[in-house]
Design a protein around this ligand. Structure first.
Ligand SMILES: *[C@@H]1O[C@H](CO)[C@@H](O)[C@H](O)[C@H]1NC(C)=O
Ligand SMILES: *[C@@H]1O[C@H](CO)[C@@H](O)[C@H](O)[C@H]1NC(C)=O
Ligand SMILES: *[C@@H]1O[C@H](CO)[C@@H](O)[C@H](O)[C@H]1NC(C)=O
Ligand SMILES: *[C@@H]1O[C@H](CO)[C@@H](O)[C@H](O)[C@H]1NC(C)=O
Ligand SMILES: *[C@@H]1O[C@H](CO)[C@@H](O)[C@H](O)[C@H]1NC(C)=O
Length: 629
């Protein structure tokens, strides 16, 4: 009877939503190419614990949806902007060392501190990435062994369909169907997870965990599988076992914890696991999580792993209010500026090179949002406080307790689910590339200027967002480079099922299609673009006031060509090619500005711009400002 009740509660709670949504880089929330407002499969790649409607589809390169049997290509083909007809996915590309504005909304708020600016809960954000690995590139022997380990080997794919990868049944099992599906962690990573003993020191309140492996946690007591993600690694950070995720930053309301975080990141510290001294490990060898237990298993070794990268940044988290997927205190979006690592550092840490010139790396981005309360000390509590009636121990939190407030009431019921008290949410990006800088871009600051959101009006897109430029207001200095790029899907129809929101894809142009473009405005409150032929002063016309390059570093010598590429999303790349074939709402233009254009801002000025297709005064604003000082 007790078990039955438990199972029903789990089902009920599984439909409780709460959320973190990444808008830049574009968060998938497990979507791929769905035409529906709801995602098809919340278990596809990772456990987000988010609303089914969140996220955006993977990018399409052309004006047609990608081919499900051959979804993505090698970067040479992906970034060949002259091929406008071969349908495929588009993975965005960012230069090494460039600044990428990460932008998100988090429903329960974040920021503040316990001393004088308390929020309604404690909050931490764990910011990470992972990249395809190649041990041949790793210089350090420990790093080489790290990225050669099957559990830490990374092969990233957005995939051709929305199915969950199949579960591996042995250490070396890679189910054949997985080749066409999305893929972040490796099969061996998940096999190790479901074999490794769970950490018995963790606090579980009154949750009964079905089994004794890292697949089962307080937040995942029935061992649900999401992609090949390891639930215990998902729920706890810093994790004790080596992980395929590399750290970028920890944003917290308790910066006192920063020394601890930085001393326990796998970037710059050793992590250990039990494995076979040689050959394929047995389950017995994979089980232990302590050195002593490991060394007691015949043939096992307690091996060390690290990425040998700089420690992650650790900073005060930006403030946002709760019950609101919105902005920060200053009315601006919640952001973190990620300065991408150097290409050579990544290669030295065992990242695989792609493309005939070997100048691309393939990566994915992950944001976790962790909330807890002070009803118990989340950082000090352990399994000693787990509910244990026979030993007379009552967990400090229990499910939906009725409590006495001290007046003469018979009691008041609290809404508490110990599986979600604290709780971790997550979003991840689609796959993207990091590119080595061509010589023309060396020793320059590079800022990424991109587009967020998807087709639809404000209620139809929610909890994703309408189109906008990110950063919406970008401040750079003379001589800095701005890398302008966008992508979109041809299947953002936002149809049924729509879950708990409105379906529909209100917007300009052909139904289901995202298109973007970039035309200048004289004033930000104008809605008619600036006619470039009438305004050719370099302080007013940013294309005259800059030097423009293709992403491979080749010069676009005529400013008109650069303005045309931006205005037509690359449909026209030269004024000599212009004809009357471009649809005025850009239906036949590419969904992505392939490779983007890179502008070296040579002239101080304030430049305003918009997307002529999407900007629609009473419905949505897609405008931005670039200030060069
Ligand atoms: C739990 O924490 C206490 C200190 O508060 C410590 O004495 C005890 O050994 C810990 N138990 C476990 C299982 O980690
Ligand atoms: C989330 O916070 C809890 C404390 O409530 C901590 O035990 C856990 O490691 C954190 N997990 C992540 C992913 O940050
Ligand atoms: C990120 O960088 C931009 C441009 O330099 C700056 O305007 C913005 O304030 C930065 N954001 C944060 C959160 O530091
Ligand atoms: C524009 O907004 C109005 C409501 O103000 C709504 O009825 C209409 O569907 C919207 N159209 C588009 C294209 O978003
Ligand atoms: C915005 O788009 C909708 C749908 O095309 C249209 O009905 C409405 O008039 C447009 N609003 C403006 C101000 O152009």
């Amino acid at each position: 009877m007790g078990k039955l009740v438990g199972a029903c509660l789990v089902l009920l709670f599984a439909s409780a939503f709460a959320d973190v949504y990444m808008h830049r880089p574009r968060g998938s929330n497990n979507r791929l190419n769905e035409q529906s407002a709801n995602r098809n499969n919340g278990n596809r790649l990772f456990d987000s614990q988010n609303n089914n409607r969140g996220g955006v589809n993977v990018g399409d390169k052309t004006n047609a949806p990608f081919n499900a049997n051959n979804p993505a290509s090698e970067p040479d083909a992906t970034f060949n902007f002259n091929d406008k007809t071969t349908a495929m996915q588009y993975q965005e590309v960012y230069f090494e060392g460039s600044v990428l504005t990460v932008e998100w909304t988090a429903q329960h708020g974040c920021g503040g501190n316990d001393k004088d600016d308390s929020h309604t809960q404690n909050c931490d954000m764990v910011v990470q990435y992972t990249c395809d690995t190649d041990p041949a590139n790793a210089v350090d022997p420990v790093v080489r062994q790290t990225v050669a380990d099957p559990a830490l080997t990374v092969v990233l794919r957005d995939g051709g369909n929305t199915n969950t990868p199949d579960e591996p049944n042995s250490y070396t099992d890679v189910p054949a169907g997985n080749a066409g599906r999305g893929h972040h962690e490796s099969e061996a990573w998940y096999y190790e997870c479901k074999t490794r003993q769970r950490n018995h020191g963790l606090f579980h309140a009154d949750q009964r965990l079905a089994r004794d492996t890292a697949r089962y946690t307080r937040q995942n007591n029935n061992g649900n599988r999401n992609g090949l993600e390891c639930p215990e690694e998902r729920d706890y950070y810093p994790y004790w076992t080596p992980s395929p995720w590399r750290d970028i930053a920890y944003l917290t309301d308790t910066v006192d914890r920063c020394p601890y975080i930085q001393a326990n990141s796998m970037n710059n510290n050793m992590k250990y696991k039990c494995t076979a001294a040689t050959g394929t490990p047995t389950d017995q060898q994979l089980k232990p999580i302590t050195k002593e237990a490991c060394e007691a298993v015949p043939g096992a070794v307690w091996r060390q792993y690290t990425y040998d990268l700089p420690a992650p940044a650790c900073e005060q988290a930006g403030w946002s209010r709760d019950n609101h997927l919105g902005n920060s205190r200053d009315g601006q979006p919640l952001t973190f500026n990620w300065t991408l690592p150097s290409f050579d550092d990544l290669v030295r840490s065992g990242v695989k090179k792609f493309g005939t010139q070997g100048n691309y790396l393939k990566c994915a981005f992950r944001l976790r949002y962790n909330i807890s309360t002070d009803d118990y000390n989340p950082w000090a509590i352990n399994s000693t406080w787990d509910d244990n009636p026979t030993a007379g121990i009552v967990s400090p939190i229990t499910n939906n307790p009725t409590v006495d407030v001290g007046a003469d009431l018979q009691g008041l019921r609290l809404a508490i689910n110990t599986a979600q008290f604290g709780r971790t949410f997550q979003d991840r990006s689609h796959v993207f590339y990091i590119k080595k800088r061509p010589a023309a871009f060396n020793n320059k600051n590079i800022f990424n200027l991109n587009v967020r959101g998807k087709r639809g009006n404000i209620v139809q897109t929610y909890p994703s967002v309408e189109y906008d430029f990110v950063p919406n207001r970008l401040h750079v200095k003379v001589g800095d480079l701005v890398h302008l790029q966008w992508t979109g899907s041809n299947t953002h129809n936002n149809g049924n099922p729509g879950g708990d929101g409105q379906t529909g894809d209100a917007g300009q142009g052909q139904t289901g299609t995202d298109r973007n473009n970039f035309v200048q405005l004289l004033r930000l409150d104008d809605n008619y673009p600036m006619p470039y032929d009438k305004f050719q002063e370099k302080e007013k016309n940013m294309f005259v006031g800059s030097t423009c390059y293709n992403h491979d570093g080749t010069l676009i010598s005529d400013w008109v060509d650069c303005a045309l590429i931006a205005a037509t999303s690359g449909y026209f790349r030269s004024k000599t090619a212009v004809d009357d074939t471009l649809n005025v709402q850009m239906n036949n233009a590419p969904a992505s500005l392939v490779g983007g254009v890179v502008m070296s801002m040579n002239t101080a000025g304030t430049y305003h711009y918009m997307s002529s297709r999407n900007n629609n005064l009473t419905n949505r604003s897609q405008k931005g400002t670039l200030i060069v000082s």
